[in-house]
Design a protein around this ligand. Structure first.
Ligand code: ADP
Ligand code: F6P
Length: 319
């Protein structure tokens, strides 16, 4: 292996830059050349590829987003687009590839590995929706942003005695809502994995009011949807003033937390080690603070479940 490529794909996440920096510098440390592929699989198909040096990744460890930019690229899913990507990898004389992205990006990476191209993956997504790893890169930073927002909203919620619904990201996975709910002392957490019982929620709000609670914070995962309709229903059933805040893209950017910088650095180095050891078609993860790797097949097959202990604890502590 003489030269490897690195790309970021799908939704960006804080810590991707730390991972890119680590891939580039670990590879150079081991005598490899490195190329950066811009805008994920789109840049791969278009040949938007350039060599990266030690200095190319200077001054990025503290920055959110991704210096390589990212894209969602439909054409790469087709046979034609995929083969074009493979041709480009060969044309640019790459012998290995590190893909940093979510489960969608891993599907593309798996196809490359299955086609015989040495590819490994780093789970870069704020959603924490990959079951094989304790945490994905960017989740901790997104959580920090959301918990800070909860604090601000709680201030005004207490002043005015309002009920506040806070919608956070997570299409199929409620982890941001769940963990932020526990960290932010929310009265309720609503996630796609569990059917929502609005009447029980309203009873909790009324009970809280009776015992003198000044605020009610409800964390709602985006996958559940309809925050304004929920607000209307709660308003009707509890006779409260209900406000909605959609955190949106605020939680996808921002300076990465120390944990995400460390995770990105560890995952980047581990990914390069896998390529050097000839262990391809593998996704990097973290389990119990140890770096692990697992085949793309297993990583993509594993069903993510929510953490019942965290959910139960958040519920108990909200009494
Ligand atoms: P994420 O990686 O954050 O989950 P997406 O689901 O949008 O984001 O996937 C990112 C990109 O991965 C897609 O736009 C596409 O380029 C690529 N991709 C997803 N599924 C496949 C597939 N089956 N074959 C090839 N590429 C894929
Ligand atoms: O993949 C992360 C994520 O932030 C999801 O939680 C969200 O639904 C999605 O990306 C939205 O991203 P975009 O608008 O870029 O497609």
């Amino acid at each position: 292996m003489k030269k490897i490529g690195v790309l970021t794909s799908g939704g960006d996440s804080p810590g991707m830059n730390a991972a890119i920096r680590s891939v580039v510098r670990t590879a150079i440390y081991h005598g490899l050349d490195v190329a950066g592929i811009y805008q994920g699989y789109q840049g791969l198909i278009q040949g938007d590829i350039e060599d990266l040096k030690i200095t190319s990744v200077g001054d990025i460890i503290h920055r959110g987003g991704t210096m390589l930019r990212t894209a969602r690229c439909e054409p790469f899913k087709s046979e034609e687009g995929f083969n074009k990507g493979l041709d480009m990898l060969r044309m640019f004389k790459l012998d290995g590839l590190v893909v940093i992205g979510g489960d969608g990006s891993f599907n593309g990476a798996k196809r490359l590995a299955d086609a015989g191209f040495p590819t490994v993956g780093i789970p870069g997504t704020i959603d924490n929706d990959l079951a094989y790893t304790d945490f994905t890169l960017g989740f901790d930073t997104a959580l920090t942003t959301v918990v800070s927002a909860i604090g601000n909203i709680r201030d005004t919620s207490s002043s005015h005695g309002t009920v506040n619904i806070i919608e956070v990201m997570g299409r199929d996975c409620g982890d941001i809502a769940l963990y932020a709910g526990l960290a932010g002392g929310a009265e309720a957490v609503i996630i796609p994995e569990i059917p929502n019982d609005v009447d029980a929620l309203c009873r909790t709000i009324i009970h809280g009011k009776k015992r003198g609670k000044l605020h009610s914070i409800i964390l709602l995962a985006e996958g559940v949807g309809k925050p304004y309709e929920l607000a209307e229903e709660i308003k009707r059933k509890t006779d409260s003033d209900v406000k909605v805040s959609v955190i949106g893209y605020l939680q996808r950017g921002g300076t990465p937390s120390p944990s995400d910088r460390i995770l990105g650095s560890r995952m980047g180095a581990y990914a390069v080690d896998l390529l050097l050891q000839g262990r391809f078609g593998r996704a990097v993860g973290i389990k119990g603070n140890q770096m692990i790797d697992i085949s793309f097949d297993e990583a993509l097959d594993m069903k993510k479940d929510y953490n019942r202990n965290i959910y139960e604890l958040a519920r108990i502590l909200a009494i």
